[in-house]
Design a binder for this molecule. Structure first.
Ligand SMILES: *Cc1c(COP(=O)(O)O)cnc(C)c1O
Length: 424
């Protein structure tokens, strides 16, 4: 499908009329397992000699459409869905890391990713070293002979920082490690990180891909260009695998080996499979992704400009505003828009933040982004409250900070709601 444009791929990639019934929408294959044709076919499936459906923890025809669609939109070689964005991240690292190894992550990340990396991954002795997303040289400075990957967000939640993907990809390439990009806030409509040298994409499909705040999911996409054999450090990819009769994944599957290995080992053994129902809802959401993302971005710019002139607002951090330090990166990486999520500061600090979220009417006060509806949260009292005060400020979630995820309603209604709540 590579010859089609982005809008066409969003609607069609991965899907075809159902071969069994002619159903035009992809059916929800709500089944745990699939009947084998005969014992020879069953053996071939288990040996990975042929691809096919065995058990929904490993693959499912509804989920396969989602995987192919996101891979096509990101211009990758393969996709793999998981139960959530965090599940996708855990699966990626499960394939890459060994105990005692390190990875470098931008400290400007979704709060949940900071927790996952700093605490849960530490139990496997996977060691995170933090770098500054606004300073590519800080990644180079953190590289050691134990580094196995670099992880960044294309647009960082919650501060709206835009990463210089090309510069950080060069650091990763020089170190011989893959660059993993969380592309949740940008979506491939705004940024395709593989085009700038990223190797693996992860998504929380819970957010803009699904887009309607109704289902959890995650997707991994592989770029297919990383040489897993060169350093000898990625044993899961290169060494004979005891659970598949000595199969070597990279040698056998080449430019889609990462997704296969992650599916048949990490997903098989850790088990966070997406439900076919959620895969269906998310792929339906993706059909309107280009339309929604443009409206999200256009509305966000209007709201950011409005807030920038409001007397109770101290500052607005939106890369779409000309005075933002990432404005040049916005023009380079995502000229169609700087995303829908941004932060602003209230002159009244913590108290004013809590009061604002208690008085909005159109906005929903909740811990999510990427819904059709406009959403608001005060990170210091919610998503980032587990972090130390110092880490909160470093990750862009100080006491006066309010985060918005601008929906696709009328921009005038969104700004009017903020005005009335700020006036209380
Ligand atoms: C929400 C989010 C995640 C985690 O995804 P879940 O689907 O909630 O597990 C990871 N990264 C970013 C940028 C997010 O916004």
């Amino acid at each position: 499908m590579a010859e089609y444009g982005f809008n066409t791929l969003a609607v069609h990639a991965g899907a075809q009329p159902d071969p069994a019934t002619g159903a035009r929408a992809t059916p929800i294959y709500q089944t745990t397992a699939f009947v084998f044709e005969n014992s020879d076919q069953a053996a071939a499936l288990f040996n990975l000699q042929v691809f096919g459906n065995i058990y929904t923890r490993l693959m499912n025809p509804t989920t396969a459409v989602l995987e192919e669609r996101v891979a096509a939109l990101e211009n990758g070689t393969a996709g793999l869905a998981a139960a959530s964005g965090h599940a996708a991240q855990a699966l990626v690292f499960q394939t890459i890391m060994e105990p005692g190894c390190e990875f470098i992550a931008a400290r400007q990340l979704y709060g949940g990713s900071i927790n996952q990396f700093a605490h849960s991954f530490a139990k496997y002795d996977w060691r995170v070293k933090w770098a500054d997303a606004t300073d590519p040289s800080s990644f180079a400075a953190a590289v050691t002979d134990k580094t196995r990957a670099i992880f960044i967000e294309s647009i960082a939640n919650p501060g709206g920082v835009i990463s210089d993907i090309e510069a950080i990809a060069k650091v990763a390439a020089d170190a011989g490690v893959p660059l993993i990009v969380d592309n949740t806030l940008a979506t491939p409509y705004l940024i395709k990180p593989l085009e700038y040298g990223a190797d693996i994409i992860v998504h929380s499909a819970t957010k803009f891909l699904g887009g309607h705040g109704n289902s959890m999911g995650g997707v991994i996409v592989e770029g297919g260009k990383f040489d897993w054999a060169k350093s000898g450090n990625y044993k899961t990819m290169t060494d004979p695998n005891p659970s598949y009769h000595g199969l070597r994944f990279f040698e056998t599957f080449g430019d889609f080996a990462f997704c296969i290995a992650t599916r048949v080992m990490a997903l098989r053994d850790l088990g966070p499979a997406i439900s076919p129902m959620n895969a269906f809802l998310i792929q339906t959401g993706i059909e309107t992704l280009p339309l929604r993302m443009q409206r999200h971005c256009d509305n966000a710019l209007k709201v950011a400009k409005h807030l920038a002139t409001h007397p109770k607002v101290a500052w607005v951090s939106y890369a779409g505003l000309e005075n933002h330090p990432a404005y040049a990166l916005h023009q380079k990486y995502c000229p169609k828009g700087a995303g829908a999520v941004f932060t602003f500061g209230l002159k009244g600090g913590y108290e004013a933040g809590v009061k604002l979220v208690d008085n909005v009417r159109l906005f929903s006060h909740l811990a999510n982004i990427g819904d059709t509806r406009s959403l608001i949260i005060h990170p210091a009292s919610t998503t980032h409250r587990q972090l130390s005060e110092e880490d909160r400020v470093k990750s862009g979630a100080g006491p006066d900070v309010v985060r918005l995820s601008i929906g696709i309603e009328d921009a005038a209604d969104i700004t009017a709601d903020l005005d009335q709540a700020l006036a209380v």
